[in-house]
Design a protein around this ligand. Structure first.
Ligand SMILES: [Zn+2]
Length: 78
């Protein structure tokens, strides 16, 4: 799958443009703590989880289990 269909009707490109303007990288404090001193950006990149933010509604789509899994959707309140 190269696109997500957001609940608001927009589609979010998962793959394609690099860097992806809708993609964020998140890492737990514990995982980040394993890196010390000067690090290879690729190693940090691989330790991160991918999250996409819909420009239309602000929902966040998080691939907790990697791209093989189904993303979890979070909707802003209010
Ligand atoms: Zn949306």
């Amino acid at each position: 799958m190269t696109k997500l269909s957001c609940e608001c009707g927009r589609s979010i490109r998962i793959f394609g443009e690099i860097p992806n303007p809708l993609e964020w990288k998140i890492i737990s404090d514990s995982d980040f703590d394993r890196f010390q001193g000067a690090v290879d950006a690729e190693d940090v990149y691989r330790a991160c989880i991918s999250m996409f933010r819909c420009h239309g509604c602000g929902r966040l789509w998080v691939y907790w289990g990697g791209f093989e899994g189904t993303p979890v959707c979070y909707r802003p309140e209010g």
